[in-house]
Design a protein around this ligand. Structure first.
Ligand SMILES: Cc1ncc(COP(=O)(O)O)c(C=O)c1O
Length: 396
């Protein structure tokens, strides 16, 4: 008998489409992919060079379990200058990507049966990470009226005596929505009043558009700062998804527990990637703006095109590189005699018939939606949307 806990964890439903797209590509089929949750850009040259230098200078040994002092200092500096947050290196834990950071936070906080509020739509891994740590994920429904962001009323509906934490992802994958200052202040008051930890996943903070500002919930006052664990990393901002560097900032008490957990499971993150991350944080930030501008151009084009396709409704993303599309108008129709009841049907039929891979919303807790990443070239975007338009046109 294998572990009941392990068997209770769902595999990522996004993988099913991705696997199918990969198989089709290996058969020589021209599939256009909008699935990837990573920038299509290469890691900027100065960061790559820092890694090569790190190898040649012998930075190839174990580092402290929670990361090098040099990187923690660079992170503290970033948190101060970008987010107005004062932390010392003893409050930082560097891990193997922000996903690992999230796992460590939940391992440090949860006792069996503790409930964690997760606004819908959520990043696919969040409920599974909670379950792996013996917690109970509690999906908090939101409304399009509130741009799929959780209000205090939404959260209050699901609060119980067992509520331990809230996972707040802003900018949000998959909705692309960003909580504004007032919304965050109201949520901060709710969490302080009810003694609820906030796991603030800010990994997309630099990918924001129009006149949107990113606020770190921990920055409002000491009470909320003490309850918040900031989660961030270099993956999305610096096109460094493969380098696996994420980090947390929290109270020293929580950081110590996470450090102990990590020291027994993985030891410190990759020494070379840590050196590269220092350069990413301390070097020129021009590359970040260049990538952001490219994403913004694609975002505008995709939004316009999709919202001109009858029965599809994209929520204009204010951040991230995802477009979240409400399919309600297209559901109940059929394609070549096969019913389209939800995002899974839509995504499967689109892939099979038009060779366009998109991610169904079921894994994000929103089965009537699909997610499309604009982390692919403009050329692919134009061709992919043309195919999608034809597909929707053929629905009966
Ligand atoms: C919302 C969110 N949090 C965390 C992560 C994990 O990032 P990392 O690659 O640093 O593990 C992702 C990656 O897709 C994400 O979308």
């Amino acid at each position: 008998m294998l572990s009941k806990k392990a068997l209770g964890v769902s595999p990522s439903p996004t993988m099913a489409i991705e696997d199918k797209a990969k198989t089709m590509r290996s058969q020589g089929i021209d599939v256009i992919g909008f699935g990837a949750g990573e920038p299509d850009f290469d890691t900027p040259p100065h960061i790559r060079e820092a890694a090569i230098k790190a190898i040649n200078e012998g930075h190839t040994r174990y580092t402290p379990a929670s990361g090098t002092l040099e990187l923690k200092e660079a992170i503290c500096h970033k948190l101060k200058s970008d987010n107005g947050l004062d932390y010392n290196p003893g409050q930082i834990v560097v891990s193997n990507g922000a996903k690992h950071s999230l796992f460590n936070v939940l391992a440090a906080l949860l006792n069996p049966g503790d409930e964690v509020l997760i606004p819908v739509p959520y990043w696919v891994s969040n409920p599974e990470l909670v379950k792996l740590n013996d917690g109970v994920p509690v999906a908090v429904e939101t409304s399009e009226k509130n741009r799929l962001k959780a209000s205090v009323e939404d959260l209050e509906k699901h609060r119980t005596a067992k509520t331990k934490a809230l996972i707040l992802n802003s900018p949000c994958n998959p909705s692309g929505q960003v909580y504004n200052e007032d919304e965050l202040k109201a949520i901060a008051d709710f969490c302080i009043k009810n003694n609820i930890y906030v796991i603030a996943d800010e990994i997309y903070e630099k990918l924001i558009y129009d006149d949107t500002s990113h606020y770190s919930i921990a920055s409002f006052n000491k009470q909320i700062k003490d309850l918040t664990i900031v989660v961030n990393g270099v993956s999305k901002t610096y096109a460094m998804t493969g380098w696996r560097i994420g980090y947390t900032a929290s109270t020293t008490e929580i950081a110590k527990v996470m450090n102990t957990i990590q020291s027994q499971i993985t030891s410190g993150p990759n020494s070379i990637a840590q050196r590269a991350a220092v350069t990413a944080l301390q070097g020129s930030q021009e590359c970040v703006e260049e990538m952001r501008l490219a994403f913004d151009k694609r975002r505008k084009y995709m939004c316009d095109r999709i919202n001109n396709i009858p029965n599809l409704e994209a929520l204009v993303p204010k951040g991230t590189f995802y477009l979240f599309i409400n399919l309600s108008g297209a559901l109940g129709k059929s394609f070549q005699g096969q019913n389209i009841e939800n995002g899974d049907d839509f995504a499967r039929q689109l892939l099979e018939s038009k060779k366009v891979a998109i991610v169904p919303g079921s894994g994000f807790g929103a089965p009537n939606y699909v997610r499309m990443a604009f982390a692919t070239s403009m050329e692919h975007i134009v061709e992919g949307l043309e195919r999608m338009e034809t597909f929707v046109d053929e629905l009966e």
